[in-house]
Design a protein around this ligand. Structure first.
Ligand code: ACO
Length: 323
């Protein structure tokens, strides 16, 4: 039995911040940001929270799937920017949507988080432990950015994307293959620094709480690992890139997407883009883009797509889904 994606949804904060808006508050320009990244604007939360955006995205995914919150028995939220250490964002979503029968927890795999959540849900569903799962990627990265560091704060945005996953009706539908990976030895090239310990026995002050990134190292990691992981899941599914309608990738940087498209020898037309209007939303990038593609009516039953994420940890993940 396979696991299928039965419905999708996404939610973005209402506050649109363009590159020109940023150039009024820091030394940057639309030309610098858009030419290096492809980003033109992003949404930055004002009233919205990681949990509230997750809940709104979840409601839309449930409606799209035709599944009620009462029928959800598993909720996983992938995030690095939960509103609270505890309760988890997933527990907050459970309360907000009334999914009274669900088990709920968060996972932290940065920009690969949605793929990690998908594989966990897939294993539970295939084992018959749970039937209907809600998996969500959600971030309020604006609260963990260093707004004095123009080389990182211009890259990121806030938002949430969700999918309902459940048993496939037949074997020609659903998750055909999935791979995940981690390389903790290189973790500090993309890190959210600091958990200080201030107790009666030790006092530590290990610097700011913000995201720090070695952009060039991240670039090198992404352009080698992402094509390799996609080739692996294509092989495992017995497919080639020609069989794939869309490559729905984490939206870090247009140059990374162009490099992956070149290495896979696949036209950029097969790479839908949301980073121009969303920026990099870490765990939310893949599910938000998937929902945009779905809601535009770009997917028909039987279409094969690749989802892939890569980022902090370092972590990566890719899968083939038959719609
Ligand atoms: N506006 C204007 N100038 C800037 C800005 C800015 N926002 N940010 C940096 N600069 C300046 C720097 O100060 C530097 O100036 P200098 O030469 O006078 O010292 C110059 O631009 C070049 O800075 P670099 O950091 O070397 O910029 P680079 O050309 O490497 O581009 C970028 C940065 C776009 C992030 C690049 O490293 C890259 O593409 N990285 C890929 C990784 C990535 O995009 N990560 C996103 C998040 S990670 C993830 O999601 C997996």
């Amino acid at each position: 039995m396979k696991t299928r994606i039965a419905g999708t949804g996404h939610f973005l904060p209402k506050n649109v911040v363009t590159n020109d808006d940023l150039s009024k508050i820091m030394d940057t320009s639309d030309e610098w940001i858009s030419s290096r990244t492809g980003i033109r604007e992003r949404r930055l939360a004002t009233e919205e929270t990681t949990a509230s955006m997750s809940a709104e995205a979840a409601k839309l995914a449930l409606a799209d799937a035709g599944v009620s919150a009462q029928d959800i028995d598993l909720i996983i939220v992938a995030t690095v920017s939960a509103d609270h250490m505890t309760p988890s964002t997933a527990c907050e979503v459970q309360a907000a949507i009334g999914a009274d029968h669900a088990v709920a927890f968060d996972v932290n795999a940065a920009c690969s988080g949605f793929l990690f959540a998908l594989q966990i849900a897939d294993m539970y569903i295939k084992q018959g432990v749970y039937k209907n799962a809600l998996i969500i990627g959600a971030e309020t990265l604006s609260k963990i950015m260093d707004w004095n560091d123009r080389s990182t704060c211009v890259l990121f945005g806030d938002g949430a994307g969700a999918a309902v996953v459940c048993p496939a009706q037949d074997d020609n539908q659903g998750l055909a293959s999935i791979t995940l990976g981690s390389d903790g030895a290189k973790g500090m090239v993309l890190a959210g620094i600091n958990r200080s310990n201030n107790n009666p026995y030790v006092k530590t002050d290990i610097g700011p709480h913000y995201i720090h990134m070695d952009g060039q190292e991240v670039y090198k990691f992404a352009v080698t690992t992402v094509p390799a992981s996609i080739e692996k899941v294509l092989d495992e599914a017995g497919l080639t890139s020609e069989d794939i309608k869309y490559f729905v990738l984490h939206q870090a940087n247009i140059r990374i997407l162009q490099s992956v498209s070149k290495r896979l020898k696949v036209s950029m037309d097969k790479f839908p883009i949301s980073l121009d209007h969303c920026g990099n939303m870490s765990a939310a990038s893949v599910p938000v883009l998937l929902d945009e593609v779905n809601r535009k009516g770009m997917l028909e039953k039987g279409d094969k797509i690749v989802l892939a994420g890569f980022g902090g940890g370092l972590t990566w993940g890719a899968c083939v889904v038959e719609w």
